[in-house]
Design a protein around this ligand. Structure first.
Ligand code: FES
Ligand code: FES
Length: 159
């Protein structure tokens, strides 16, 4: 398969990387860049484990070709914390016990992060809609909604 050269920004770092033309964004992140915080669940757009934020929008990285990320700005779960300080969403997920096994957590956090970029004070319904593409087999949904509200309430959400 032919290779293509891509230029993109991942977690505030400008990158130039060569990938096979059929490579997905998920494969680029996990296999080439070592950013394994983004999970692969179904590989088919059904579970949301692979959600990252691309140009401010939540996307399923398993459904996006790496080539489509040319010139974009991508944030993964590794890019949420800054200077060893957890993002308020991460802190509240921990404080509110919004995870059990944690497999869905990176995707959940990125979907919630994308929501807050455009809607800094969402209702419970809007949070549920934002995570409607994220499956949690452990059933942490209620705690996740609580955690997002708590992150908003402490008024520390940074972007
Ligand atoms: Fe991408 Fe399931 S791994 S949606
Ligand atoms: Fe286990 Fe969500 S915490 S899948």
């Amino acid at each position: 398969m032919p290779e293509i050269e891509l230029h993109l920004v991942v977690n505030r770092q400008s990158l130039t990387v060569k990938v096979e033309s059929g490579c997905t964004l998920l494969e680029l992140l996990r296999d080439r860049l070592g950013l394994t915080g983004t999970k692969e669940g179904c590989g088919a757009g059904d579970c949301g484990a692979c959600v990252v934020v691309m140009d401010g929008l939540a996307v399923n990285a398993c459904l996006v070709l790496a080539a489509q990320a040319e010139g974009t700005v991508v944030i993964t779960i590794e890019g949420l914390a800054q200077d060893d300080t957890l993002h308020p969403l991460q802190q509240q997920f921990a404080d509110q016990w919004a995870m059990q096994c944690g497999f869905c957590t990176p995707g959940m956090l990125m979907s919630c992060y994308a929501l807050l970029l455009t809607n800094p004070n969402p209702t419970a319904g809007q949070i549920r809609e934002a995570i409607s593409g994220n499956l949690c087999r452990c059933g942490s949904y209620q705690a996740i909604v609580k955690a997002v509200h708590a992150a908003v309430e402490i008024n520390e959400v940074h972007r």
